[in-house]
Ligand binder design. Structure first.
Ligand code: PLP
Length: 392
């Protein structure tokens, strides 16, 4: 048997993640591996923590990257905060709220579901009704940026409601971090998790998390041990803790953390507000293009995420054939619909490094050409013009 080195094709990643990785990050990742207790590495970790506090807009001491993808960040929030018998109100308006329910139940808690239509933001009134009906609930959980639909919820208002009813708030910010305004301390979020491969444009596999003092208090006062050894924050803090004498917990993914460090330096250099503004501007150009083409957005204008654009597939167009041709002929990846929206929508990501004018024009041009060739009922030749006009 003779298998040779793997050389991936060069794609443009405009799906729901991973997004295009900045070459600076790939270069950082290829630097020499050093020991995870090496003073040089420990110094870099301190910087990662500070940079994450900036990205999350928080002073929380318990802010760190979990050594596993966004799903592990989700799990770390739930396993640490939910104890057997706890009642958790979970707001669901897409795929990821369903995973929160799974997490609550696997921790021995009871999930009270507040359902909203896929493509809608979480309805604060429904949450308030659920809080009134369940005065014994201790936690509210919701997804800030639903990647399955492109809907953004009003995190500030939802967290306020949770606190008004003496609940802690767990927020999924996997797709929002770095792409859309997110202010952990100002909004009072108690536990938040994100991922590296969406708007941070880093390689997948790390999950930044942050816990407020109230959340930390709940974790240290638990009656039951955290069911997961790996994700138990009490243990992980021995490694990531403020000024802690680093004790071995697990071997940190050294080079993946070089990558995250570089991604966060890039974000710091651009400035959070500028990054949010760039995502919004490219979204508006893409939107102008899709509207000119005659495609409709799934989400109402006021709840749309700039970094995840879900548009309805025109009648009679073969979803898989279009995506296949984009990949084969243009090396362009866009996202398919998930769950209720499978086969009905495309999800165009404009995340992090991938959120730029070139990608917007390229994606619109490619979709226009592919669908026109297939005889789809669209306004051919209009999309790129409309998006270019937005930039001028
Ligand atoms: C991508 C995503 C996740 C899961 O992150 P992974 O890195 O794939 O584990 C969780 N929540 C949301 C909203 C996401 O978009």
């Amino acid at each position: 048997m003779s298998i040779s080195s793997f050389h991936p094709p060069k794609r443009t990643l405009m799906g729901p993640g991973p997004s295009d990785v900045n070459p600076r990050i790939l270069e950082a990742m290829s630097r020499p591996t050093i020991g995870h207790l090496d003073p040089a590495f420990v110094g870099m970790m301190e910087e990662v923590k500070g940079l994450l506090q900036y990205a999350f807009q928080t002073k929380n001491a318990l802010t760190m990257p979990v050594s596993a993808p966004g799903s592990a960040g989700m799990e770390s929030c739930f396993v640490n905060l939910v104890e057997p018998g706890d009642k958790v109100i979970v707001c669901q308006n897409g795929v990821f709220g369903g995973r929160m329910k799974e997490n609550v139940e696997r921790c021995g808690g009871t999930a009270i579901m507040v359902q909203d239509a896929w493509g809608s933001a979480v309805d604060a009134n429904k949450l308030e009704d659920a809080l009134k009906a369940n005065p014994d609930a201790g936690i509210v959980a919701f997804v800030h940026a639903e990647t399955s639909t492109g809907a953004q919820s009003d995190a500030k208002t939802l967290v306020e409601l949770a606190h008004k009813h003496d609940c802690l708030a767990i927020v999924d910010a996997v797709t929002s971090l770095g792409g859309t305004p997110l202010k952990v301390d100002e909004w009072g979020i108690d536990a938040i998790y994100s991922g590296t491969q969406k708007c941070l444009s880093c390689t997948p596999g790390i999950s930044p998390v942050s816990f407020s003092e109230a959340a930390q208090k709940k974790i240290s006062n638990r009656k039951h041990r955290v069911q997961s050894w790996f994700l138990d924050m009490n243990l992980v803090m021995g490694y990531w803790g403020a000024g802690a004498k680093r004790a071995y917990h697990h071997t940190a993914p050294i080079n993946a953390l070089y990558a995250l460090h570089e991604a966060l330096v890039i974000l710091q250099d651009e400035g959070l507000e500028n990054a949010w503004q760039r995502h919004q501007n490219n979204h508006l150009a893409l939107r102008a293009g899709f509207e000119a083409m005659g495609l409709n957005f799934v989400v109402n204008e006021q709840d749309r995420l700039p970094q995840l654009n879900a548009v309805t597939i025109p009648d009679g167009v073969d979803d898989a054939a279009v995506r296949g041709q984009l990949l084969n002929d243009y090396n362009l990846e866009i996202g398919a619909g998930l769950g209720d929206l499978a086969g009905k929508v495309w999800r165009i990501g404009l995340m992090g490094y991938a959120s730029n004018q070139t990608n917007v024009l390229f994606c619109l041009g490619a979709l226009d050409a592919v669908m026109t060739e297939m005889g789809a009922n669209i306004n051919s030749g209009e999309a790129v013009k409309a998006a270019s006009a937005h930039y001028k």
